[in-house]
Design a protein around this ligand. Structure first.
Ligand code: SF4
Length: 357
């Protein structure tokens, strides 16, 4: 595949370079491995109220966004909470890790690897110039984050062994757990040397980089973790991945949290009465949606108001063809058009939507 000419600047938003959305500046705060301490979660809730629209918006890379950031002071508050360890690297700290690792299932315990990679990333000045779309991942062998489109992924094949994936394909290169962080960092450095104008590994056309064609790893249809997952771990699924400041503080009362790539939260040390405490998030929700109107000027509809929920339905509602935040697992594709929606490509007038889904 020839390398496409990237003429636009990398526009991935961060805290210092916000995105100009219809509802005001949008700031994205990276949480490597999705990890956020209770103190940091409270700080994020305070930030949402003091600087943004009052809510936290979870992303499909396990990060958090604040919308409508029209008041000053966000960067200082985040830095005080340890959420901006290196301002020059803030947009490149994109790291996924299997959120249930060490809690239930999986072949290896990948806890700590995302934080270790983040520390090396932030201490390596040249990696500040990685594209904001470049994604690292550590999969504990269950295949959950290996299917999330990472540029470079270590996937466990046993407690201390794994394999290197590039752009979702298994290179066949065996890498021990002990070498996983340094190997992913080396791949990122090499990518910077050869990338030209490419933003993602999948865009590279250099055979010396990609080697022989690699087979894509079979996709795993991820079940979003919800409810009590073990004696102490709980999965919480907020509607549309959106948390009010009060909900975020309630989560913080349950200890550390892990934001998943499925816009949900895992609480590793949840109290037994977690769902009574929270009052939300204990049921699986198969429907997701982009922000839609009025937050996005491109949207043709208020997709969150139109979204349909019913048991067993997995659908993603989008305000336009860009399909922001669409889960990677299989879902019914619902895209707004004037007067109705396209459901998996088939035109459905608005009044027939509920009966169709
Ligand atoms: S999918 Fe379209 S309408 Fe929805 S947030 Fe993205 S750009 Fe906006």
């Amino acid at each position: 595949m020839p390398t496409p000419a990237r003429v636009r600047a990398d526009a991935c938003p961060g805290v210092f370079a916000t995105h100009d959305a219809a509802d005001g500046p949008l700031a994205r705060v990276r949480l490597p491995g999705g990890a956020v301490s209770a103190v940091q979660l409270r700080a994020l809730a305070d930030c949402a109220e003091a600087c943004g629209d009052g809510d936290l918006h979870l992303t499909s890379r396990g990060n958090v966004q604040l919308r409508g950031v029209t008041r000053p002071g966000l960067a200082g508050r985040l830095a005080d909470a340890g959420l901006l360890p290196s301002p020059s690297h803030e947009r490149v700290r994109n790291v996924l890790a299997s959120p249930l690792s060490g809690l239930t299932g999986g072949l290896a315990d990948v806890r700590g690897l995302a934080a270790a990679l983040d520390a090396v990333l932030c201490a390596t000045p040249e990696l500040a110039s990685l594209p904001g779309r470049f994604l690292f991942a550590f999969d504990d062998g269950r295949g959950d984050v290996a299917g999330e489109g990472a540029d470079v992924c270590w996937r466990a094949t046993g407690p201390s062994e794994g394999t290197l994936l590039l752009a979702g394909g298994d290179t066949g290169r065996r890498v021990t757990r002990a070498d996983a962080v340094s190997t992913l960092i080396d791949v990122a450095l090499e990518f910077l040397r050869v990338r030209g104008s490419a933003w993602r590994v999948a865009e590279l056309d250099d055979p010396a980089w990609r080697g022989a064609p690699v087979p894509p790893v079979p996709r795993v249809d991820v079940q979003v973790p919800v409810g009590m997952l073990s004696a102490s771990a709980a999965g919480v699924v907020p509607r549309f991945g959106q948390l009010s400041a009060a909900q975020a503080r309630a989560l913080a009362s349950c200890g550390q949290a892990l934001v998943t790539p499925w816009k949900s939260v895992v609480l590793p040390d949840a109290p037994a009465d977690v769902f009574e405490r929270l009052g939300f998030g204990g049921e699986p929700l198969g429907t997701s949606a982009c922000i839609g109107r009025p937050g996005c000027a491109k949207s043709r509809a208020d997709v969150r108001a139109d979204a349909v929920f019913r048991p067993g339905l997995r659908a993603h509602f989008s305000g336009c063809e860009r399909r922001c935040g669409k889960p990677s697992q299989s879902t019914v594709d619902v895209v707004a058009e004037a007067g109705g929606y396209r459901v998996d490509g088939r035109w459905v007038p608005f009044e027939e939507l509920k009966g169709t889904l």
